[in-house]
Design a protein around this ligand. Structure first.
Ligand SMILES: Cc1cc2nc3c(=O)[nH]c(=O)nc-3n(C[C@H](O)[C@H](O)[C@H](O)COP(=O)(O)OP(=O)(O)OC[C@H]3O[C@@H](n4cnc5c(N)ncnc54)[C@H](O)[C@@H]3O)c2cc1C
Length: 382
């Protein structure tokens, strides 16, 4: 079996397959070293506060796997329960957060609670407090270390016999007359295969031409502004998110990271540079909302951007590609891929080895849902 892409999805899939006894696993990745794709750009947030049952359940499964990750792989994933604090500035945002909590509680995330402006001042005293009506807080959300998770799964898979080849650019798939993939094409050679996993992150759709399945995954630029090293905010602060416009901030490696989602660059979907105009806007937002950041300069050399791998309903796409029974997809996590990779890798291994996933009902993630018009509801906030 060949796994295309050795980011966190490919690595998790390979480790879970290897643990299930699948041998002759080969991972191909175009980069010279691990972490060159989205996984190395992730800021490392972990949350279970989502608006759909399937995303909450994926996070709860992933959380239990993070708790045993060090025993399983020998690597500490850096899972730190520092919480996610969502802030509402309108009644509508408050109502959407409350609706999200109802879904979360029903799915088993009982520790997500409503918070008042007083609670918020205690949870994050750095906020100016202006206009904040209330919010949501979940103490078991927090952070993880993306490259540790990648390295843990990659090294673990290799110990179990998987091979990884770096610097190999996959250019397409050869599909036989029976509709099954027979080989993976690369710039230099053909790799005959019994089955293939597409774990190519934002690039997942680029190798699908011969399969007849239109994989709806598109790249979307996400930019991160980093301050100079500073102690104005405590490293233990929760991830703090303004629900209305998605502006959020946290401390990582002694710097404050500022994020604010924007549309990608028109006509250049794979563009992943940091835009100077965006940098100045996000800095102004931060200074207005977090007064202690007013005198903390941005370090433009420490800022970065990367690509989300977005599906039309912002949920993962998991399982065999319609019409191509030996091509498995683990794509489209839409910016939640590091935190969900432990769960999705296990579930895909169940599909491959047992014919279906047994740990969770993953029908909301079926690759055929777009053609059937069965998209998941897209939350405006969560
Ligand atoms: C700025 C930013 C912040 C983020 N923050 C978070 C976060 O806080 N929490 C979270 O859970 N997620 C976060 N994400 C999302 C997360 O990074 C992704 O969901 C996740 O890394 C996807 O993993 P992947 O293995 O599918 O993709 P990737 O890590 O991109 O792996 C795909 C691999 O395929 C390889 N490849 C590409 N094309 C080819 C080809 N033709 N042939 C061979 N190899 C190829 C690449 O080199 C790469 O190694 C963030 C993303 C960004 C950009």
């Amino acid at each position: 079996m060949i796994v295309l892409g050795a980011g966190v999805m490919g690595a998790s899939t390979a480790w879970h397959l290897a643990r299930r006894g699948v041998r002759n696993l080969l991972l191909l990745d175009s980069a010279p070293t691990p972490g060159a794709g989205s996984t190395g750009r992730a800021t490392g947030g972990f949350r279970a506060q989502y608006a759909t049952t399937i995303n909450v359940r994926l996070s709860l499964l992933a959380r239990s796997k993070l708790e045993s990750f060090a025993d399983d792989t020998g690597m500490d994933p850096g899972y730190a329960r520092q919480g996610y604090l969502w802030l509402a500035r309108t009644d509508r945002e408050l109502a959407l957060l409350a609706a999200g909590r109802r879904v979360q509680h029903q799915a088993g995330l009982t520790e997500a609670v409503a918070v008042t402006p007083d609670d918020i001042r205690k949870l994050n005293p750095a906020l100016s407090g202006e206009e904040i009506l209330g919010g949501s807080f979940c103490p078991t959300d927090g952070y993880l270390l993306p490259l540790r998770i990648l390295d843990g799964y990659l090294a673990g898979a290799q110990r179990l016999g998987a091979q990884v080849r770096w610097g190999v650019q996959v250019t397409g798939l050869d599909v036989g007359s029976d509709g099954r993939v027979v080989a993976v094409r690369t710039a230099g050679e053909h790799f005959a295969c019994g089955a293939v996993v597409n774990a190519l992150g934002p690039w997942a759709a680029t190798v699908m031409d011969a399969t007849g399945f239109l994989l709806p995954v598109t790249p979307l630029r996400r930019q991160v502004a980093a301050t100079v090293p500073t102690t104005v905010l405590p490293p233990a602060m929760p991830m703090t998110i303004f629900a209305g416009d998605g502006f959020h901030f946290r401390v990582r490696d002694g710097r404050v990271l500022l994020l604010w989602p924007t549309p990608g660059v028109p006509g250049r979907p794979f563009e992943a540079s940091v835009d100077a105009g965006w940098l100045s806007q996000v800095t102004s937002m931060a200074r207005a909302r977090v007064p202690c950041l007013r005198d903390v300069p941005i370090d433009s050399a420490a800022c970065w951007a990367g690509l989300y791998e977005v599906s039309p309903d912002k949920h993962a796409i998991l399982g065999a590609a319609p019409g191509v029974s030996n091509l498995y997809l683990i794509n489209g996590s839409s910016g939640h891929g590091v935190m969900h990779a432990p769960a999705l890798g296990q579930l895909l291994a169940e599909i491959v080895c047992d014919g279906r996933a047994t740990t969770l009902d993953i029908s909301p993630l079926a690759p055929g849902r777009f053609a059937e018009g069965k998209l998941n509801p897209v939350s405006e906030l969560l």
